[in-house]
Design a protein around this ligand. Structure first.
Ligand code: SF4
Length: 483
């Protein structure tokens, strides 16, 4: 070998990568300017072979919003019952009353779980369950009040994040306030919202702090009818969250992907959530943007374009990913914290999108392969890019695995959820919860493991509470906390 061949290797320009896709240049320009991406942009991001650029663009947005911060929380899951009136195809969590694996927790059990949560330093209890056919409405208010009461008795506090939209509608029926909701048109819609308002107000009075994002699955009627018929449709799911926001409750949203849906269905799902969030942020005082050129379906005019929000002036734009736009939260790390939101705190909004991969094991759809690792990275990155008005994207490590979540922190995610204890609904998506569930899975890591995983990924771990406020711990054992 001649000396000449040993010259130092030169850096390979990004554009010369074999899979570099020049069609993504226009998307890059939009992302750099903080402009909203269209469904056609989303289709391109899903089909391009240039996966590196997709991940890189999502990372650009994630760092613009959150800098070097990566969030985790200390929480505990409490599945109050697995008895369910429905039998969704992708669910292996549910049981029918009388079956050996069926369980329903009493208040003694709930109190004990709250005590354990406080002792382990948790700031949150996340509680969901099946659609139990006979429990009275008072069970659910008691559940929340018991958790809050036990935490208070022990000199602490626990935020209760509980009940998916599917459960809330079930509670409307249990509380016997849902009768008029089946009327056609505006009359039925009005009755539905009133029923949801009644139930959410009662739960809030009992101490409910926020809603999780489960039960959304994929907002598509074909997929709905094939895989989870009997569950609420997208319009009802969105209504539950709309009313929650009106009552000042923050909520999350999920996307269960990789089963019988098409990739374009995921984009439509994201677009519908994006429009719902426009409405929520406009209520808080963000300046609206006028949607144009695309609707619920490609080329279709949307029925609810142009939320105006606050009129011009100093009001920040709804597109949170635009450089300089402040997030609704101002307590946790926030590079744009100097700018204030006019009505922050008076109304709720979607905090986090949580993409959840479908796990086929043990359910009626187990003949399907489920999504690959690369598909998981791509879907989460595209969620970050499309959902330009969602502050947070969560890599839910229980379903994505901790090693995958580490890479996701570098490609769109800013949150990896918490030190979860006793999480029953792990694989299957239960209406109440997420992803395909196998019977009982004990998923637990300690706080040091989560912090180490975040640092290894190159970020600063920040403990947050449910509302993304920075948690400060006092005392030798760190069990006492404040925000
Ligand atoms: S996904 Fe939820 S609603 Fe459907 S069967 Fe499972 S527990 Fe019941």
């Amino acid at each position: 070998m001649s000396v000449a061949t040993l010259s130092a290797p030169t850096a390979t320009p990004r554009t010369s990568r074999p899979q570099a896709d020049p069609r993504l240049d226009a998307v890059r320009e939009k992302v750099e300017r903080g402009e909203r991406l269209s469904l056609a942009d989303g289709d391109l991001l899903f089909t391009t072979r240039d996966i590196w650029t997709v991940l890189e663009l999502a990372d650009m947005v994630r760092r613009r919003l959150h800098g070097n911060a990566a969030y985790y929380n200390i929480n505990r899951h409490l599945n109050y019952s697995n008895v369910c009136a429905l039998s969704c195809k992708f669910c292996d969590f549910y049981a029918k009353a009388g079956e050996e694996k069926a369980y329903t927790r009493d208040m003694e059990y709930v109190r004990e779980q709250a005590r354990r949560a406080v002792e382990s330093g948790a700031t949150e209890i996340h509680s969901v369950g099946g659609l139990h056919p006979t429990l009275p409405f008072s069970y659910y208010t008691d559940l929340i009040a018991t958790i809050r009461d036990e935490a208070k008795r022990l000199g602490s506090d626990l935020h209760v994040k509980a009940f998916t939209a599917v459960e809330i509608v079930h509670l409307c029926k249990i509380a016997k306030v849902y009768k008029g909701a089946s009327a056609p048109g505006e009359e039925g819609r009005k009755a539905r919202r009133e029923a949801i308002r009644f139930v959410l107000s009662a739960l809030k009075d009992a101490g409910l702090g926020s809603l999780p994002g489960g039960g959304a699955e994929v907002f598509d009627d074909r997929v709905h009818d094939e895989a989870y018929k009997g569950k609420i449709r997208s319009d009802v799911w969105l209504d539950v969250h709309r009313v929650a926001h009106e009552l000042g409750l923050n909520t999350n949203a999920t996307l269960l992907y990789g089963h019988i849906e098409q990739r374009h269905d995921r984009l439509v799902h994201m677009d519908m959530l994006r429009r719902a969030q426009d409405e929520a942020l406009a209520r808080m005082g963000y300046r609206g943007i006028r949607h144009s050129g695309f609707g619920i379906r490609e080329g279709e005019e949307s029925g609810h374009l142009g939320y105006t929000g606050a009129e011009g002036g100093d009001a920040p734009e709804i597109t949170l990913t635009k450089p300089g736009t402040p997030l609704p939260e101002h307590v946790a790390f926030n590079p744009n914290a100097e700018s204030r939101i006019p009505n922050a705190g008076s109304a709720g909004y979607y905090q986090t999108i949580i993409p959840l991969p479908f796990f086929p094991d043990g359910c009626d759809l187990e003949h399907l392969p489920g999504p690959s690792g690369l598909e998981n990275y791509r879907t989460l990155s595209i969620a970050r890019l499309m959902l330009d008005n969602f502050p947070h994207v969560k890599a839910f490590w229980i379903m994505q695995t901790l090693p995958m979540a580490q890479v996701m922190l570098q490609s769109g995610a800013d949150d990896i959820d918490g030190t979860v204890v006793w999480y029953d609904i792990t694989k299957v998506n239960h209406g109440a919860g997420v992803g395909a569930g196998n019977a009982v899975t004990n998923q637990e890591v300690n706080v040091w493991t989560l912090q180490k995983a975040i640092r290894e990924a190159g970020f600063e771990p920040i403990e947050r509470d449910t509302l993304y406020r920075r948690v400060i711990r006092d005392g030798a054992d760190g069990r006492i906390w404040r925000v």
